[in-house]
Design a protein around this ligand. Structure first.
Ligand code: UDP
Length: 472
């Protein structure tokens, strides 16, 4: 019921080159404190997919760093069938304040959910040694908590989704999960507003997510390599003198982009054509249709920019069963556009067979974008936004959820009060496209903000501090 994910250690000192003096001091102190606390103890991290989506991305950064800091960090993925992931996706949508597929969250579903996770809880309890700590992620794993707690194992449950104002849908998910979550020692939320009022304050913690500056997704790429990668992926025209579409893998070995994306579009982007980018899964809460409609009605008529919406292959993320239908909606929306506008809308599915190659392509897209948008209707924390900010891109994002913590409106990006307002999206995008100096200044401020608040060193420091008292 559980699959081990390999974790190769990365020394935290590898981060020093991108940190400022404050960041370096903070990291050294935390690592020095952790060494004796975690000696001989393991931290078991469990989520539901090793690739695709933000949580996998986060763990891929933090697990190696924890290992490198001397913590015996283990990463496990819980298996499930289609019915299980349909239910956990329903919980995910409810926690965002949406009903999702409209299915129930009653006692029958709860019994099935508990039964589906019972074998994994037993398997994990059998591997955990006294003094170890378990760190579970999201609704897909909450059902493991009672089984582990019954063995006296310290459990932290980390939920990455939340809603600014809990509505009936959110409360239905809390009611569903509460009998499991109540047995956790600590519950971790991405921002204070997401903390459940059903959980005693003493057992709540807040840790904001972060991105990995060392990963192929965020590592520096020069302009020529960016162009070569986009050409190799079939997204943009090739140049006569393109260098190899090369990137550096997380383990330091060289990688080359070979796989071509599946793109709904008229023709590849020209070498110098500006584009607006949203990188997101095919998820209704990322509002791909709203992005396309907002671009078509309010950006395209006023300039010659293109729109690229880049996501994984619709069947590429195992715990996301709705992607195919959402991609079809985006396609239908694109098909309805007037030809001239449709020819500037690119719906790209970036292959995921090699996650690091996928990351290099996303990296290149983000670096080459004129403006990055994140028109989400709900967002726990936008990793894509942090990634774009780290690349000094000007970002336009909905003023909701963690996006509000990431962007200081007018300084390190622009926030949109009404996420459904396509005209406001268009106006903000045009403002940045029309004022390159302002866009560049915003990008620089964005990069510094991420350097200080949202790189993996800060998450590592927070987690070591939280888990330390529970270990041993
Ligand atoms: N992502 C990716 N390839 C894609 C689409 C998304 O690697 O085709 C990554 C993206 O770069 C980001 C993560 O998936 O690191 C998405 O995280 P985010 O917090 O933005 O949204 P989530 O998927 O967690 O809702």
């Amino acid at each position: 019921p559980l699959v081990d994910v390999a974790v190769r250690p990365t020394p935290p000192s590898a981060l020093e080159a991108v940190l400022d003096a404050t960041g370096r001091a903070r990291l050294h102190a935390a690592v020095a404190r952790a060494a004796p606390v975690f000696a001989g103890q393991a931290v078991w991290c469990v989520n539901s997919t090793a690739r695709g989506g933000g949580v996998a991305e986060l763990l891929a950064a933090l697990m190696p760093l924890a290992r490198g800091a001397g913590v015996d960090a283990r990463w496990l993925v819980v298996r499930g069938d289609g019915a299980f992931f349909a239910l956990t996706k329903r919980l995910h949508n409810h926690l965002h304040g949406a009903e999702g597929d409209g299915g129930g969250l009653g006692p029958a579903e709860r019994d099935r959910y508990a039964a589906a996770l019972a074998p994994a809880a037993e398997a994990l309890a059998g591997r955990v040694r006294p003094g170890d700590v378990v760190l579970l992620h999201d609704p897909q794993t909450a059902g493991l908590i009672p089984g582990l707690a019954a063995h006296g194992i310290p459990v932290v449950w980390r939920v990455h989704v939340g809603a600014d104002r809990p509505n009936a849908a959110v409360r239905a998910a809390w009611d569903f999960l509460e009998p499991f979550v109540r047995h956790a020692d600590v519950c971790v939320f991405s921002r204070p507003a997401y903390a459940w009022d059903t959980i005693p304050e003493a057992r709540r913690a807040v840790i904001a997510p972060s991105i990995d500056p060392l990963s192929p997704k965020n590592a520096d790429l020069d302009d020529a390599t960016v162009a070569a990668i986009l050409a190799a992926a079939g997204l943009a025209d090739a140049g006569a003198a393109d260098p190899p579409p090369a990137f550096t893998r997380a383990d330091g070995t060289p990688g080359v982009v070979r796989r071509r994306a599946a793109v709904d579009r008229a023709r590849p982007l020209g070498r110098r054509e500006p584009f607006v980018l949203q990188v997101s899964r095919w998820d209704a809460l990322k509002d791909p249709v709203g992005v396309i409609e907002g671009f078509a009605a309010h950006v395209a008529p006023a300039c010659d920019a293109h729109l690229v919406y880049a996501g994984p292959p619709a069947d590429g993320v195992s715990d996301d069963p709705e992607a195919g239908a959402v991609l079809e909606q985006a396609r239908a929306c694109r098909d309805r556009l007037p030809t001239e506008v449709r020819d500037r809308v690119h719906l790209a599915q970036i292959p995921m067979d090699d996650p690091e190659e996928n990351a290099a392509v996303i990296n290149a897209l983000q670096r080459r974008a004129a403006v990055v948008v994140q028109k989400s209707l709900a967002e726990g924390f936008g990793l894509t936004v942090a990634e774009a900010m780290w690349k000094a891109r000007p970002v336009v994002a909905s003023a909701l959820g963690g996006l509000q913590d990431q962007i200081e409106h007018g300084r390190s990006g622009l926030l949109l009060d009404d996420p459904r307002d396509g005209a406001a999206l268009g106006a903000a995008v045009l403002e940045l496209l029309g004022d390159p100096a302002r866009a560049a200044a915003m990008g620089r401020a964005a990069r510094e903000r991420v350097r200080h608040e949202f790189l993996s060193d800060r998450s590592l420091v927070d987690y070591l501090g939280l888990l330390g008292p529970l270990a041993g």
